[in-house]
Design a protein around this ligand. Structure first.
Ligand code: NAD
Length: 249
C-alpha cells in the first residue's frame, strides 16, 4: 500500500510501543516519518529503521514542541499527519485516595498538556496547505469506567478525547481532521510494566475483553494509518475505539 506517499508525519512517543509500530506502518505506506521521543537511544534507532528523522524532545516543553514542527517542515517541506501519542501511566497506585498532587499534575502534563501543545504548533503548518490529519492517543478509559482506579490517567485521557472533538469540529471546514484514538489494553512496555507490578490486575482486565486477549501494537498502528489517510476523509471529531470489543460489551 502506498496511500501515504509524499506525506510527512510527526509521531511522538515513537521510540516504543504504539508509536514505534506506527512509525513502521506509516513509513511502509510511503510517509516520511519524524520520530519524537525523550528516549534518545531508542528514538534514534526507530528513526534509522524507518529512514526518517529523530528529534529528541520533551513533549511538555513548549519551545521544544514548537521547534519539532518547524524542523519537520524545514526538512520535508510540509506537515500532513501528527500522531500525538507520547504518554505515561502513573508509576504507583493511582486511586483518588492515594494519588498525590504532584503525581496527578505530572500525568496531566505528559498526557494532556502535551497534546494541547502538539496541536497548537502542528495546526498552523497544516493550515498553510489546507489539509491535515491529527490523531491523539486517548484510551478506552476515556469513555468508560475500567474499575482499575487509574484516576489521574483516566482524567487525562478524558481531556484528550474532549479536546480532540472540539478541535475536529473547529477545523472541519479547513480540511484538518482531528480524531481521538482509544486503544484497549495493548501489549507494550507501558502495559507490561503496569501488570508486572500487579499480575492479578492483568487477569481481571483480560476478563473484560470480549476477544480474550490484548491488542498488539501493530493492530493499533493499522488504525492510525487509516485515520491518517484519505480513506478516512469523512471522519473527524471521532472517538475511534480499537478495543477488542470492551466498550461494546
Ligand atoms: P510506551 O511506554 O511503550 O511508549 C511511550 C513512549 O512515550 C516512550 O518511548 C516514552 O519515552 C515516550 N515519552 C514519555 N514521556 C515523554 C515526554 N515527556 N516527551 C517525549 N516522549 C515521552 O507506551 P505505549 O503503550 O506505546 O503508549 C503510547 C500511548 O498509548 C500513551 O499515550 C498511552 O497512554 C496510550 N495507551 C496505551 C495503552 C496500552 O495498553 N499500552 C492503552 C491505551 C492507551
Amino acid at each position: 500500500i502506498t496511500r501515504l506517499q509524499g506525506r510527512t508525519a510527526v509521531i511522538t512517543g515513537a521510540a516504543s510501543g504504539i508509536g514505534l509500530a506506527t512509525a513502521r506502518r506509516l513509513a511502509a505506506e510511503g510517509a516520511r516519518v519524524v520520530c519524537v521521543d525523550l528516549d534518545a537511544e531508542n528514538g534514534a534507532k526507530a528513526a534509522a529503521e524507518v529512514n526518517g528523522r529523530f528529534i529528541q524532545a520533551d513533549v511538555t516543553d513548549e519551545e521544544a514542541v514548537r521547534a519539532v514542527y518547524e524542523e519537520a517542515v524545514d526538512a520535508y517541506g510540509r506537515l500532513d499527519i501528527a500522531f500525538n501519542n507520547a504518554g505515561i501511566s502513573p508509576p504507583d497506585d493511582d486511586s483518588i485516595l492515594t494519588t498525590g498532587l504532584a503525581a496527578w499534575r505530572r500525568v496531566q502534563e505528559v498526557n494532556l498538556t502535551s497534546v494541547y501543545l502538539c496541536c497548537k504548533y502542528a495546526i498552523p503548518h497544516m493550515r498553510r496547505h489546507g489539509k491535515g490529519s491529527i490523531i491523539n492517543t486517548a484510551s478506552f478509559v476515556a469513555v468508560m469506567g475500567a474499575a482499575t482506579s487509574q484516576i489521574s490517567y483516566s482524567a487525562s485521557k478524558g481531556g484528550v478525547l474532549a479536546m480532540s472533538r472540539e478541535l475536529g469540529v473547529q477545523f472541519a471546514r479547513e480540511g484538518i481532521r482531528v480524531n481521538a484514538l482509544c486503544p484497549g489494553p495493548v501489549n507494550t512496555p507501558l502495559l507490561r510494566e503496569l501488570f508486572a507490578k500487579d499480575p492479578e490486575r492483568a487477569a481481571r482486565r483480560l476478563v473484560h475483553v470480549p476477544m480474550g486477549r490484548f491488542a498488539e501494537a501493530d493492530e493499533i498502528a493499522a488504525a492510525v494509518a487509516f485515520l491518517a489517510s484519505d480513506d478516512a476523509s469523512f471522519i473527524t471529531a471521532n472517538t475511534f475505539l480499537v478495543d477488542g470489543g470492551i466498550s461494546g460489551a
